[in-house]
Design a binder for this molecule. Structure first.
Ligand SMILES: Cc1cc2nc3c(=O)[nH]c(=O)nc-3n(C[C@H](O)[C@H](O)[C@H](O)COP(=O)(O)OP(=O)(O)OC[C@H]3O[C@@H](n4cnc5c(N)ncnc54)[C@H](O)[C@@H]3O)c2cc1C
Length: 399
């Protein structure tokens, strides 16, 4: 095998190019004017390259789609390998408190320039503003029709991200595409209760999507338009397909404190016993902002100036239920501009994960978001791209 076409000049395409042996003639086709656009914009311009997770089995838990298939891939190329790859090429990295890994410079251009430099070094031919329009498999070789030319290749790697045009093209080659739906979004909510509370954060809240088994715990944020924060974004990823089917009209139940109604009730009773003369407005046995306390007491029609001594058992039960079982109607989604991905893509059953090869057409390979693989936020989406590309490079380099 001599001549390889990579369709898509994004994360996975450039990482593959950078790791292929110089003996191959490699052409990358990119329809945009500049390559690696998502990498440039990633992590708010800082590029969350990977995650400090060094156990392949644990790493797979961050992938709502693709976790089973990625396991063997991660055993071959893990987050530590990614870190080593970039650091050896003079992109020093840092691990933040939550495990996300960024360049020390906080500048995604360092990652972009390294990927470009490595491809220049091995003489990859990058065709910018050249869209691949058709792929034909004839006599065990590929005929690629682009907006500028027609070329013959021994192997083709599809690294086109979430491109509908490419999914349509792959269908003509016999592949099945699981319909794409958005992942990683916030929930829109018009409930009047939220009006005065944007910016309120709850540590370790629990959010459950009613009429489903989807639930998640983590930090929850009230925004001007509804709910966001890791608890919601991660939940949206796991429930992406279910919520699309519901047309983003559903109900959630929030446990603001991550405690059972009984635990909250007991906490209130104990506090009442110890501090009967305290006012609700001044003290509360659980960590909640004063503003939030004011609003939920108003919603329950319990005066804030009430002393704990005058708080009835029924009122304490109302508070406990509100804080642990509050339901909200969700009316639509809000896409997170900093990082969003698509759930859906080429059916994983049609890919051999030993080498990322199509099971339908020999020497046709696929990497990255074109596949029905996606992760929650935290650097995991890039890690899947780097690992898949590294495994494919190893396979091709050994031929
Ligand atoms: C704003 C934003 C921020 C993000 N931040 C992070 C982050 O910090 N960490 C993380 O892990 N993930 C992040 N992600 C997700 C991550 O960027 C993607 O998962 C990753 O880029 C997918 O890589 P890919 O190679 O599959 O596709 P892409 O990087 O999307 O590259 C595909 C390329 O193919 C080109 N293409 C498509 N069709 C054709 C065609 N027919 N002919 C020629 N070229 C074609 C496209 O123009 C594109 O450049 C972010 C996503 C976004 C949108």
């Amino acid at each position: 095998m001599q001549k390889i076409a990579i369709i898509g000049g994004g994360a996975s395409g450039f990482f593959l190019g950078a790791n292929l042996a110089p003996s191959f003639l490699v052409h990358i086709y990119e329809k945009a004017t500049v390559p690696l656009q998502k990498v440039r914009a990633s992590g708010g311009g800082r590029c969350n390259v990977t995650h400090a997770c060094f156990d392949p089995s644990i790493l797979t838990e961050f992938y709502p789609r693709g976790s089973r298939e990625l396991r063997s891939i991660f055993y071959q190329f893990m987050c530590g390998d990614t870190m080593q790859w970039f650091e050896e090429r003079k992109v020093p990295l840092k691990i933040e408190e939550d495990g996300r890994v960024f360049p020390i410079s906080d500048n995604s251009l360092d990652v972009v320039e390294t990927l470009i430099k490595e491809n220049i070094k091995r003489k990859t031919q990058v065709h910018l503003q050249e869209t691949v329009k058709a792929i034909k498999f004839e006599n065990q070789r590929f005929k690629l029709e682009t907006t500028q030319a027609t070329e013959i290749f021994d192997a083709v790697v599809i690294a086109s991200g979430s491109s509908r045009q490419m999914w349509e093209l792959l269908k003509t080659l016999g592949h099945t595409v699981v319909a794409p739906v958005p992942s990683l979004f916030s929930f829109n909510c018009r409930d009047a209760f939220l009006k005065e509370l944007p910016g309120t954060v709850f540590r370790n809240a629990e959010v459950q999507i009613l009429d489903s088994s989807f639930r998640n715990a983590g930090d929850l944020l009230f925004t001007h338009r509804g709910f966001s924060g890791p608890a919601i974004l991660v939940l949206s990823a796991w429930a992406a397909r279910f919520l699309a089917e519901k047309k983003y009209q559903f109900q959630i139940q929030i446990n603001f404190l991550g405690k059972t109604p009984d635990e909250i009730l007991q906490g209130l009773k104990n506090f009442k016993k110890k501090h009967p003369q305290q006012l609700l407005t001044h003290h509360f046995p659980f960590e909640l902002t004063k503003k939030f306390r004011k609003e939920f007491l108003k919603a329950l029609e319990i005066p804030q100036e009430r002393k704990y001594a005058d708080l009835s058992n029924a009122e304490m039960q109302l508070i406990a239920d509100f804080l642990s079982l509050k339901k909200f109607d969700i009316d639509g989604k809000i896409t997170n501009k900093d990082e969003f991905v698509t759930a859906g893509g080429v059916d994983l059953k049609e890919i051999d994960f030993k080498n990322m090869q199509s099971k339908l057409i020999p020497n046709l390979f696929m990497l990255g978001e074109v596949l029905n693989i996606d992760a929650v936020t935290g650097g995991f989406n890039f890690q899947a791209c780097w690992s898949e590309a590294a495994v494919l490079a190893t396979y091709l380099n050994r031929l």
